[in-house]
Design a protein around this ligand. Structure first.
Ligand code: PLP
Length: 406
């Protein structure tokens, strides 16, 4: 494609792109859904399989500290989300972690019955809340309001406020610090889903006084397809919380093989079964790329890429309508545009080497990952989009057949 954009010449993160495997001819605007492969990860995984598993065998649980990999990985993620060492663990999926923290939070507030969330939440979080409330049979109610009504809905009935910080469709960001304070003032516990926040925007869980958080390993953290998720418990709750899934990895002495369950002190009590070492090793290694950068510079570049994208699209593709907040402070690291035939346009874009995704009913979603995207990529991507819209090349049957995964 064309010569570098002037903003790339002064970009302190420009060289980070070399740390990733990006297929020839692809501009990847979907790191909010599945992050790109860091170049060193395949060798690391080959070593875990060939050397650690292959030759150390069961001894590797001790000799290669496999047993501590969930916390070691959690601590690396903690640094990116303002969580002190020992308060984050990498385990299970985000959905399973929602189940565990919501149950733990409800037990900390046993006299109240309302779980408050909003209709911008990712459905799996709401499905899990609904299933848990049925299972508990204690009269809990899941109250779902509009995002802007959350604050006014915090009353003395709310046990838990459970929100996703960055809306997966529009990128709209909730004010974590203010809402957490309001929740606490109302006597509620605050759970934050950081699926679209971790590795994408600056998060300060401890500073915001959040009670619990969960999030995804395979989006901005680049841990690989289906990578383990993470889970945070505020230090002040660590020795009070109870997991509803009391597996042996959360036991005080798993290898004592006692018949009674006694939770270990600390974050490990929120773990369940044997950690998925191959998947965790991939996530742990992928986090290397964050070691020498801070979230402030990632955020600054994310805003710069997103602002450029919005101005380019609005200048060159007037057929599309901005679905994300215009103010960068209210937006995560993604930009969405509405277009009635957005699905077909997105398929045509992907065929043209620009990969974003689509969320029903009409949202075309573009993720901006400062570690492996340049300003030139943004300009080049919009050129492809403009061409598709102006020629109508999206209007073909092959672009309208819905795949299983959109
Ligand atoms: C991506 C995402 C999930 C995904 O959960 P899985 O259990 O990994 O499938 C959950 N919650 C939110 C808010 C998400 O954005």
């Amino acid at each position: 494609m064309t010569s570098p954009h002037p903003l790339d010449e002064t970009d302190p993160l420009a060289s980070k792109k070399n740390a990733f495997t990006i297929p020839e001819g692809v501009i990847y605007l979907d790191g909010n859904s599945l992050g790109v492969l860091p170049k060193h990860v395949p060798d690391r995984i080959a070593d875990v399989i060939g050397t650690e598993w292959g030759t150390s065998l069961i001894r590797a649980w001790n000799t290669h500290s496999w047993i501590d990999l969930p916390q070691r990985t959690g601590d690396r993620i903690g640094r990116l989300i303002g969580a002190p060492s020992g308060t984050v663990v990498a385990c299970d999926s985000t959905s399973v972690n929602v189940f565990k923290v919501l149950s733990a939070a409800l037990s900390l507030n046993p006299d109240r019955r309302i779980i408050l969330s909003d209709n911008g939440n990712f459905p799996t979080d709401l499905y899990v809340a609904s299933g848990l409330k049925e299972l508990l049979v204690r009269g809990h109610e899941l109250k779902i309001v509009a995002p802007e009504e959350v604050e006014a809905s915090l009353d003395d009935q709310v046990a838990v406020m459970m929100l996703t910080q960055v809306d997966y469709r529009t990128g709209r960001v909730h004010d974590m610090k203010t809402l957490t304070r309001k929740a606490h003032d109302a006597g509620a516990i605050a759970i934050w889903d950081l699926a679209h926040s971790a590795g994408a925007i600056e998060v300060d869980l401890a500073g915001a006084d959040a009670d619990f958080a969960i999030g995804c390993g395979y989006k901005y953290l680049n841990g690989g397809p289906g990578a383990p998720a993470f889970l945070y418990v505020a230090a002040r709750h660590l020795d009070q919380v109870t997991s509803p899934l009391t597996g042996w990895m959360g036991h005080e002495a798993p290898f004592a093989f006692d018949l009674d369950y006694r939770p270990v002190s600390g974050i490990n009590r929120m773990t369940v079964g044997t950690p998925a070492i191959l998947a965790l090793s991939s996530l742990h290694a992928a986090l290397d790329v964050f070691e020498d950068v801070d979230m402030a510079s990632i955020r600054a570049k994310s805003v710069s890429l997103s602002e450029l994208f919005i101005s380019e699209v609005e200048a060159r593709c007037p057929q599309l309508t901005l679905a994300s907040p215009r103010n960068a402070d209210e937006r995560g690291s993604q930009v969405s545009f509405r277009f009635e035939e957005g699905y077909a346009v997105m398929q045509a874009l992907i065929a043209g080497g620009v990969i974003g995704d689509f969320r029903a009913p009409d949202v075309m979603r573009f993720g901006f990952t400062p570690l492996y995207l340049s300003h030139q990529d943004v300009v080049d991507a919009v050129a492809v989009l403009e061409e598709i819209l102006n020629t109508g090349s999206w209007d073909r049957p092959e672009f309208k057949t819905r795949a299983k995964v959109t």
